[in-house]
Design a protein around this ligand. Structure first.
Ligand code: ADP
Ligand code: CIR
Length: 347
């Protein structure tokens, strides 16, 4: 199976994924018969990247043990994606949240539409989508919701399972950038939507500034977001949510990798801090991508990964999540966005 997938990958034209770059014949031969503790295989990890040659990364970890069993290929992808020479990660450090040097990135309110910071978290005791069964998804949802219901203060809210949500409500929440759906073909090919919508749902606080996705790509995605550019407020709220959730649940971690996630691009801090920002001039410039790369930023469309920009508004976020602390990841994004604003104003 892995061999057939590898053949497809080799034959794909115009494929620039990290999988294609790092999955050699030698690695396939060495890894193709191995199985993880959860019964996952190399084929489970590479299916999405082989079926979708336009992948950027192209590989997922079938479960936490994949990061050990299939380290030959995963380590190479991880180092390349996060721009690190060695697979290592510092202990979590969110900075002094009561004394942060992070404020509003756009006090005039003219460019930044909204700001969002998210992290992924995986339960220590469950595998990732390719090895999960329907009962696992249900059990995991129960444990997650119990913890979410204990959140207090501005994080207090309610949980809404997808299975009982009307299509209208689902559409509105998606259009407003709060909710996920099952339309990502990369995730689909990686078993990310198996048993859909069982076990999936969204928790949100009264004013929807704190949200949690349950059983989307990762077991949990903790999200803080609000209109405007006040990154400091958004980040502080997220850190508070992480601390409260960690009192209730045990999350999967590895010494040299930090927090473990389904996609290797999310390992470590798992943090993606983003703004939706109006950059109609800069985004037309030939050096837009060069500027993003220079500041380790990633540009996405406004309906999430693999979508297009609408009206010159882009989702700009930190690209690296591993090999740096949470505080460093968010400040890397802050510096980059400041630069993007300067360039837009000078264009
Ligand atoms: P993730 O952040 O989980 O990696 P996506 O890129 O798919 O995944 O984005 C998830 C959702 O979050 C999408 O609906 C996207 O529009 C929304 N989103 C991302 N950044 C922002 C932001 N700064 N403001 C508002 N919505 C955002
Ligand atoms: C891909 O390889 O393009 C998809 N599997 C998604 C990878 C996640 N991406 C990222 O750039 N952080």
């Amino acid at each position: 199976m892995a061999e057939e997938l590898f053949k497809e990958l080799q034959e794909a034209k115009e494929c620039h994924s990290l999988l294609k770059k790092h999955l050699t014949k030698e690695r396939v031969d060495k890894l193709k018969t191995l199985k993880t503790k959860f019964g996952g295989t190399l084929a489970d990890c590479i299916r999405s990247g082989c079926k979708n040659p336009d992948s950027g990364v192209g590989i997922y970890a079938c479960d936490p043990d994949a990061y050990t069993v299939f380290a030959d290929v995963l380590d190479a992808v991880i180092m390349d994606y996060h721009k690190i020479d060695k697979v290592q990660h510092p202990v979590p450090d969110f900075g002094d949240v009561n004394n942060l040097n992070i404020g509003d990135l756009d006090p005039s309110g003219s460019l930044i539409v909204s700001t969002r910071v998210r992290v992924g978290r995986s339960h220590d005791s469950f595998g990732f989508p390719p090895v999960l069964k329907k009962e696992d998804r249900v059990k995991m949802e129960q444990v997650s919701v119990e913890a979410l219901k204990s959140l207090t203060g501005e994080l207090a809210g309610n949980y809404y399972p997808l299975s009982t949500m009307t299509p209208d409500v689902q559409k509105q929440l998606t259009d407003d950038h709060f909710l996920f759906n099952d339309s990502d073909r990369f995730l689909k090919a990686a078993n990310g939507y198996d048993d859909w919508p069982t076990g999936r749902g969204i928790y949100f606080s009264a004013n929807k500034t704190f949200l949690c996705w349950v059983n989307e790509e990762d077991h949990l995605r903790l999200i803080s977001m609000q209109k405007g550019g006040n990154l400091g407020e958004v980040y502080r709220r997220l850190v508070e949510a992480i601390h409260q959730m960690e009192k209730k649940l045990k999350f999967a971690k590895k010494d040299n990798m930090g927090y473990l996630t389904f996609c290797p691009s999310n390992l470590g801090t798992t943090m993606r801090a983003s703004v939706h920002i109006k950059i109609p001039k800069l985004s037309q410039r030939a050096d837009f991508k060069t500027i993003c790369d220079k500041y380790h930023l990633q540009a996405r469309g406004i309906h999430g990964e693999h979508t297009e920009s609408v009206g010159g508004v882009y989702d700009i976020s930190n690209k690296r999540r591993m090999g740096l602390t949470e505080y460093e990841a968010v400040t890397e994004m802050m510096r980059g966005v400041n630069e993007i604003i300067r360039e837009e104003n000078n264009s």
